[in-house]
Design a protein around this ligand. Structure first.
Ligand code: AMP
Length: 281
């Protein structure tokens, strides 16, 4: 396993891999890797001859008052994990390597980027699309892997790839959770012990919603109210949004049928957490 810092070096490696007839999987991450990332890496290693894991805290997807500076980083631990899972390369460029100072190109996936997390994070998805499209052009993967934990991100990237004819297959990977039910996230390190207890209400409320739907409840407002009740019953939580949407258009739905996504974003103390469950068929 090698850590590569420059675009020219990774392009050389990819060229050699292609000559040898290898298929390539890409797992884009911001590092501080946990078992959620691990699941994406394992899936890529299983389904491709070579796997590149990018570790890049992308400045363009952070708003001015967000946690870019304090976002956790540990490249040594990351490289141990990637190596143990059979990944071939960590691509870990500096921001100056990824972005020229005079960048003028942004990508907006209209109608999807402005909703949900896009309301509180107005520049976020333009930054995500920018960096992911650059990574696709640099690594030229056959497959790329995205966690359903970031459901809106997955939907947006899939649409971008379809609209811009990127020759890459986007593969969704299920959410990995702690035994407690808390979805793994690099940002969980910000939580105090008490906040962590409150954060369990996110998954608990989603489990309740899932049960209601299984038992035949199809009124989205009723389900959303149940979720809200559970989350507001614990301290430190401030709800950003709770939504039930069509999983492709991300438009609100009033009646839950066979295809839906139940999505939420909640501040627990100062930490903004997201979670969801969905039925995509
Ligand atoms: P991040 O480093 O947070 O930008 O995440 C990189 C990739 O890992 C994204 O595709 C995320 O959706 C995915 N990911 C993060 N946490 C989880 C999790 N708990 N389960 C599955 N995938 C995850």
């Amino acid at each position: 396993m090698r850590i590569v810092k420059t675009i020219s070096e990774i392009r050389e490696i990819i060229k050699e891999w292609r000559k040898e007839g290898n298929t390539i999987g890409l797992v884009p991450t911001m590092g501080y890797l946990h078992a959620g990332h691990g699941s994406l890496i394992e899936t890529s290693v299983k389904n491709n001859n070579k796997t590149v894991v990018s570790v890049f805290v992308n400045p363009t997807q952070f708003g001015p008052n967000e946690d870019l500076e304090k976002y956790p980083r540990d490249i040594k631990r990351d490289s141990e994990l990637v190596s143990s899972l059979g990944g071939d390369i960590i691509f870990n460029p500096e921001p100056d390597e990824m972005y020229n100072k005079n960048n003028k190109t942004i990508i907006k996936v209209e109608g999807l980027s402005e909703k949900l997390c896009g309301i509180t994070r107005p520049v976020h998805f333009a930054g995500v699309c920018q960096v992911v499209s650059k990574l696709f052009n640099i690594v030229t993967p056959d497959n790329s892997y995205f966690g359903l934990k970031d459901f809106q991100q997955y939907v947006i990237i899939k649409k971008m790839v379809e609209d811009l004819n990127f020759p890459v297959k986007i593969n969704p990977v299920e959410i990995v959770r702690e035994e407690s039910g808390l979805a793994l996230s690099s940002r969980n390190v910000y939580l105090t012990d008490d906040e962590r207890k409150s954060a369990l209400s996110l998954n608990q409320s989603l489990k309740k919603a899932s049960l209601l739907i299984k038992n035949g409840e199809n009124n989205a407002d009723v389900i959303i109210n149940e979720i809200r009740k559970i989350i507001t019953s614990v301290p430190y939580t401030i709800i950003d949004y709770i939504k039930i949407v069509d999983p492709e258009t991300l438009e609100d739905i009033k009646t839950v049928n066979n295809k839906y996504a139940v999505l939420l974003a909640v501040y627990v103390g100062n930490t903004r957490l997201i979670d969801n469950f969905s039925e995509l068929s």
